[in-house]
Design a protein around this ligand. Structure first.
Ligand SMILES: [Zn+2]
Length: 323
């Protein structure tokens, strides 16, 4: 990737204030360019893996605060931070979700919740687990969608929720749904992004959720993309992709599982498990930039598609998911 040559992890925070990287093929879309920069910043060594309760996690939140403000998201409550406690073994731990609101123009009282977990794993010895694909990529995707909704007012309102403590047991998503900031009946849909930047050989991007939102088949049929968009089977284990040794339980793979259990329809985008999954080698230098860009564009297509669904249809999906 020619782009990689001009980005030095020690300088990534400075890049925020300076001109975008100019090496390699120019990306003329400033929102895609910003997403690539977001991914690199969140996966830099300074964030040390963004593990829950660490200074790296705090650094990631500081960055998200700055990005949410720049994207003109509104806080829900006093600020963008939603602290919560959760149990781990016999001890009580603290986590902090980051939440921002974009008010919709047609159905402002109904909400699509975009989620991506920003936490990853603690360093072990001197080994940092940067979690570039898992899940700096998804958080960069969340910011990209937030930017798109700034450029054009969406029909529905959006809650952009960067969750903490996903890796420890989906605890940030659980805390959000235990005390949602708006009445639960006004939450229509979850759009969850977790690992969206590496297609490997097969260039596949999985989309789960059609069990509760059968219309997803229509979206998959009409989507314009160079990627192999594959509808994953919800709720059962499937062995998919050559690189994965383990079965993937798509319905429970990430934060959307909490929304599903709470009776909400969801769209989940993610790649297959790859050899660097949960290793210190999940670095931004291994990201497939062309794939990441194509994934972002496809995910934004899905957001626009969902945003154009009539309220009655989303409410019907919500009712049938709850049963
Ligand atoms: Zn993850």
């Amino acid at each position: 990737m020619p782009w990689h040559k001009c980005a030095n992890s020690a300088l990534l925070l400075l890049m925020l204030l300076s001109a975008p990287c100019r090496g390699g093929a120019p990306d003329t879309d400033p929102l895609l360019q910003a997403a690539w920069q977001d991914l690199q910043v969140l996966a830099a060594d300074q964030m040390a893996g963004r593990a829950t309760g660490t200074t790296g996690s705090q650094a990631a939140r500081d960055y998200l605060h700055q990005r949410f403000a720049a994207l003109q998201l509104q806080p829900v409550g006093a600020d963008f931070f939603q602290p919560f406690t959760f149990a781990q073994g016999f001890s009580e731990r603290q986590g902090v979700n980051v939440l921002g609101l974009r008010r919709g123009c047609t159905y402002p009282d109904y909400f699509i919740v975009v989620t991506a977990h920003y936490d990853h794993l603690k360093p072990r010895g001197n080994k940092i687990f940067n979690g570039a694909d898992d899940n700096a990529s998804g958080v960069a995707g969340l910011l990209y969608l937030a930017a798109q909704t700034l450029a054009q007012c969406p029909a529905y309102s959006y809650l952009f929720l960067a969750t903490d403590a996903e890796e420890l047991g989906l605890d940030g998503a659980k805390a959000f749904l235990a005390a949602p900031p708006v009445p639960r009946a006004q939450l229509l849909l979850n759009l969850n992004l977790d690992m969206i930047s590496r297609g490997e050989q097969n260039q596949r991007l999985y989309l789960a959720g059609k069990k509760y939102l059968p219309q997803l088949s229509n979206f998959a049929a009409q989507a314009t993309t160079s990627l192999k968009l594959t509808l994953a089977h919800d709720g059962r284990q499937s062995r998919l992709g050559r690189s994965s040794n383990a079965a993937v339980d798509w319905a429970n793979a990430s934060d959307h599982a909490v929304f599903r259990r709470a009776g909400l329809p969801f769209l989940y985008f993610g790649v297959d498990v790859h050899p660097q999954y949960h290793t210190p080698q999940d670095d931004w230098q291994r990201i497939d930039l062309a794939y990441f860009r194509a994934a972002l564009q496809l995910i934004e297509q899905s957001r626009r598609w969902a945003d154009a669904l009539p309220l009655s249809e989303l409410q019907a999906a919500q009712r049938s998911s709850a049963n």
